[in-house]
Design a protein around this ligand. Structure first.
Ligand SMILES: Nc1ncnc2c1ncn2[C@@H]1O[C@H](COP(=O)(O)OP(=O)(O)OP(=O)(O)O)[C@@H](O)[C@H]1O
Length: 265
């Protein structure tokens, strides 16, 4: 049985069709990148998958069960980190257990020792154990996003959703955070959906790619299928030259006349 089924998902806001009849199935453990320009529907798709937004039509199934409300098995990481600057990295991570432990226990840090242990392990996983007692606001954007990942892990999710997790980061930090996300997903066997608009980063880390354009699914395939033509379909009229990092293995994906146009970012 697929881990996640997105079944004829449609979401409209007045006259705006944010998602238009989106369907796909993803087996457990896949690392899926959602690609598309701003406004293509990436956030709406992830919000529907986490039950933060109710679809107009269609449904999302996790392990065959409809997702009608948010649940701890599905963790969401946001672009703006959504962590509390005045709290330490440890306290922020620990607050990820809020769905399981309850609000009061979480605020008073009355969670069980096992939960506290999990927070420390999660910080260790994202390379921040030594910074556990540091206030989040004194950390870099990349470190804050890694705290956000740690917090999501404390929730003990099976599915990880990340909405533009590296959009506000410099290229080095963005790669750093994507590397941690990939390693965490592999080591904890998470089914992951990461929305990105940077094609070069997507190609480096993604296993499978779902491309959205104006709310429609225009691509669904694995790394070797993400050709320049596919990128063109996802990005439409936008000049995609320079988005595509070629390597030896990509030679077969070149279009006639593309010789010499590869760009490295
Ligand atoms: N709460 C809302 N109310 C009205 N329209 C919305 C709302 N949320 C999204 N939209 C519209 O739905 C469409 C898809 O938006 P969405 O945020 O999902 O795209 P996106 O690909 O995530 O863009 P970005 O990368 O800028 O976040 C856009 O036209 C957007 O204006």
């Amino acid at each position: 049985m697929p881990k996640i089924v997105v079944d004829n998902l449609r979401k409209t806001y007045g006259d705006t069709v944010a998602l238009d009849d989106i369907s796909f199935e993803v087996p457990a453990g896949e690392f899926v990148i959602i690609l598309g320009v701003s406004g293509s529907g990436k956030s709406t798709l992830l919000r529907c998958m986490s039950a933060l937004t109710k679809p107009t039509e269609g449904r999302v199934l996790i392990d065959g069960e409809p997702m009608v409300t948010t649940q701890p098995e599905v963790a969401m990481i946001f672009q703006q980190h959504n962590i509390v600057g005045d709290m330490t990295a440890y306290s922020n991570a620990l607050s990820g257990g809020i769905n399981r432990a309850g609000l009061i226990e979480s605020v008073l840090q009355l969670q069980e020792t096992s939960e506290k242990q999990r927070a420390l392990e999660a910080l260790d996983t994202v390379g921040l154990l030594d910074e556990a007692e540091k206030k989040a606001r004194r950390m870099s954007g990349g470190q804050q996003q890694r705290v956000g990942i740690a917090r999501a892990l404390v929730q003990q999710p099976e599915v990880l959703l990340a909405d533009e997790p590296v959009a506000s980061l410099d290229p080095g930090s963005a790669q750093d955070v994507m590397g941690y996300l990939e390693r965490v997903a592999t080591s904890r066997d998470l089914t992951s959906f990461i929305s990105l608009h940077q094609v070069n980063i997507a190609r480096k880390y993604g296993q499978r790619f779902i491309g959205l354009h104006d709310g429609e699914k225009v691509f669904d395939g694995y790394r070797d299928e993400l050709t320049i033509d596919a990128i063109d379909r996802i990005y439409g009229d936008i000049d995609t030259e320079g988005m595509f990092v070629m390597d030896e293995a990509d030679a077969s994906t070149r279009r006639p006349g593309d010789e010499g146009t590869e760009a490295s970012l």
